[in-house]
Structure formats: structure tokens, C-alpha cells
Design a protein around this ligand. Sequence first.
Ligand code: A3P
Length: 308
Amino acid sequence: MTAKQEPKLFKKTYLFSPGYVLPAIMEKNNIETTVKNFEVRDEDVFLVTYPKAGTNWTMEIISAIQNIDNIDILKEKALNEKVPLLELGPSTHPDLVEEGITDVPSLAKVMLETIPKGSPRGIPTHLFPEQAPAELFKKKPKTIVVDRNPKDCLISLYNWHLSVRFLDPLTWEEMFDAYMKGLTVYGDYCEFTKAWAKYKNEPWIFWIRYEDIKKDHKGSVKRIAEFMGKSLTDAQVDEVVRVTGFQYMKKANETIKGRDFILRPEGVWQRKGVSGGWKNTFTVFQNEAFDKYYDEKMKGYEDLKYEF
Ligand code: A3P
């Protein structure tokens, strides 16, 4: 009898649970304790996304709406400082220490300890519901879920591997194969989407697609603000649209990049910001394999499916 083969994981990643790989910069113990027991406040706004679905863009929209009277605050901090993922840190994994990444705290803890009650918090996470804070499902604060064409997410994730120091570069073929074997970080897109879809029609959830925000930035800002219970003037909506435009965000983030520990020198936060870019990279064979996998996985969830 042959011994059960362990999946071959990429460096700087680990198996959180069977079939669920996370980046080593998101520590298991921190997720199971600090994140799970994270004290949710009624005034919090959570943002749930599969990686690369437009987390930073939407988070910037949420922050701009929350800080509409002091919008310049958005320019003062690097993206990873102002919109930290709930599950980020601490960085004790040997692969990260080897890379020289040693000083990332548990951001859930930092948030808990430093943001005064009553101040608006925007809290992004890529976790499945089962790893998210238990109180999220009891307190039900306003929660925005952003979905994106999974093929575009994969391309973006591949480029993210080239961009950040806490993951290692890989080829597109390696990325695609790893995804199909369930070895890429944050798990399977379809499982993630189906897991959050259980809550889709609850009043505390606002479900929106990256593509809808692309198509109608202004209308989407209005709808998000309305969901957040914020009434903005037309001029304020325009201002949120302006400071969350792709070029504006790109320029702002490049200016403060020196303070950004996450990115490699050639790395980018705002890469292309388009819909349908996957067509330039997927081979015919990969596309057929993906469509087959997608159709099987999303059976019964047709309303959530993308037309490619
Ligand atoms: P691409 O790599 O396809 O360009 P996340 O924040 O979840 O990591 O998502 C990253 C993706 O959102 C990247 O996609 C990035 O370019 C895109 N993005 C970031 N800011 C954006 C903006 N202001 N408008 C449109 N897309 C944006």
C-alpha cells in the first residue's frame, strides 16, 4: 500500500485544513483564536471578497464614504496600512522570516486595541464563513460581498504572486495547475462563493460584482452608500468616485509605495483594473478545463454564474 501523498505546496503557504491553503502571512493560530473571537461592533462595515476581486478598490470606496468629511485622510497611508485584512499576521513562519518579513503584527489585535469604539471601521476579509468572526453572524453588521469573474481573479492572483514578497513568483501554467488541484491560496473560488451565498439575501448583506462597479462607478458608490446608511450629496458621490478611480488610486499608492513592506520593487497594487483580461492568457485547453470544472462546481447556483 502506498502512503497517502501530501499535496506539494508552494513556499510561503500552508495547509490550514484539508483542501484549504493559506498564505503563511495569515497564521493559523491567529485565525482560530483572535480572528474567530474578534469583537464585532454594530457600526463596523465588513467587506468579504475572494482574493483579487477588487478588495482594495471597494475598501477605498467604503473608507471614502465613512470619511466623507475628511477624505484627505485616504491619501495619508499606504493601502496595506489603511485597509488591512482582518486575518493578516503575525509573521512567524520560517519561510517569511527567511525572506526578512518579521514585523507584521496580528492586525485583528491591532484593530481591536487601537481603534476607539464609535469610530467607523472597515474590515476586509477573504475568509470563508466558517473561519470568520463568530460574532459576525450574531451581530450582523453591514457586510458587502464583492464577486468577480473567477478567470480574471485567477489571472490577477497569478500577477499578485509576482508582485508581493509574502508569496513566491510562479509561471502561469503552474498557477493554473495549482488552482485546478486546490493548491492556491484562499481555496476554491466556487466553494467560497457558494459558502457566502447562503447569506446573500439577508438584509445585512450587500452583494455586488466588480464588473458592476466598473460599468457604473457612480451608481455603485450611491448604492453602497445607501446600504451603509450614509446619505451623500451629489458632489460627495462625485468626490468618492474621483478618489477611487483607477488612475487616481494608482498614482496615490505609487507615491507612498516606499512605506509599503508588502510589494516587491516592481510590484503593483493597481495592475490593469479591467474586466475580461483573462482572454489574453488562458489557453484554449485551460479555458475548456476551467469551464468544465466551473459548470460542475456551480450546479444549483446558476444565478451566481458568470457568462464568459
Ligand atoms: P487586476 O490584477 O485584474 O488589474 P484586490 O484588491 O482584491 O487584491 O483586487 C485587485 C484587483 O483590483 C486588480 O485587478 C486591481 O488592478 C483591481 N483594482 C484596484 N483598484 C482598482 C480601481 N480603482 N478600479 C478598478 N480596478 C481596481
